[in-house]
Design a protein around this ligand. Structure first.
Ligand code: URA
Length: 226
């Protein structure tokens, strides 16, 4: 792969920006400085550095973010802050997008990838990828509501598929759903005459938030996902 393409694929900048970086002699290939954008990189064997940093090319990338409240799930927006702004410098953002969405006021696990096929698979209703949410409630929850949530509730013309409720205490539950409809968890709690006051996604399929601190990002692999 050509050096300028390699650098854009690594998320360093646009073709024009990376040409500028290369012309400033900031890149080394196996320790040798180069100022030619046309140099060929052997992806298997060559070590490319920008300053001290070794640049790594990955065709498919996966990252999880512990999203903080106050950011919308979108790649860009004219008015609101987006989840892309929560990604640190070291993340290669090229073609990266969030898989599914969390509401602006929701925290927790949000997966990012540049692989559309995998994103599609994870979001497909046929795949039934389980998502577990920590849900804090406005009112105490009773057994009848738990039963209704587990069996399925009407959220405005649609009856939800069976879910799993674990009671943390009478004002807090863990809710596992296999769907991902718009505002689903909030609507489900509305349907049992309660209200969500705090929502955090703890698990998405095999991916778990674990001890990832709020606002932090971790790279994951395909084998962590499936
Ligand atoms: N359900 C909701 O209501 N909001 C979210 O952000 C995620 C699931």
């Amino acid at each position: 792969m050509r050096l300028d393409k390699f650098l854009t694929e690594c998320g360093i900048g646009t073709r024009r920006e990376v040409k500028e970086i290369i012309s400033k002699n900031e890149i080394t290939i196996n320790g040798r400085r180069t100022s030619s954008p046309k140099e060929k990189i052997d992806l298997e064997n060559d070590v490319v550095r920008m300053g001290e940093t070794v640049l790594e090319y990955k065709e498919d990338r996966f990252y999880i973010l512990n999203k903080t409240a106050g950011f919308i799930t979108a790649t860009e927006d004219a008015r609101e802050k987006t989840v892309m702004e929560l990604l640190p410098e070291w993340v290669n953002r090229k073609d990266l997008f969030p898989v599914g969405r969390l509401d602006k006021d929701t925290e927790g696990l949000l997966l990012f990838t540049n692989n559309g096929k995998i994103a599609h698979e994870l979001l497909s209703p046929k795949k039934h990828v389980d998502k577990t949410y920590q849900v804090k409630l406005l009112k105490e929850i009773d057994e009848k509501s738990v039963k209704l949530l587990e069996e399925g509730v009407d959220i405005g013309g649609y009856v939800t598929k069976p879910s799993k409720v674990q009671i943390i205490n009478n004002m807090e539950i863990l809710l596992t759903i296999s769907e991902g409809r718009f505002h689903q968890v909030k609507k489900m709690l509305d349907a049992v005459e309660n209200k969500v006051v705090y929502l955090k996604r703890l698990r998405f399929g095999n991916l778990e938030l674990g001890d990832l601190p709020l606002g932090e990002v971790k790279e994951v692999t395909l084998t962590d996902i499936f």
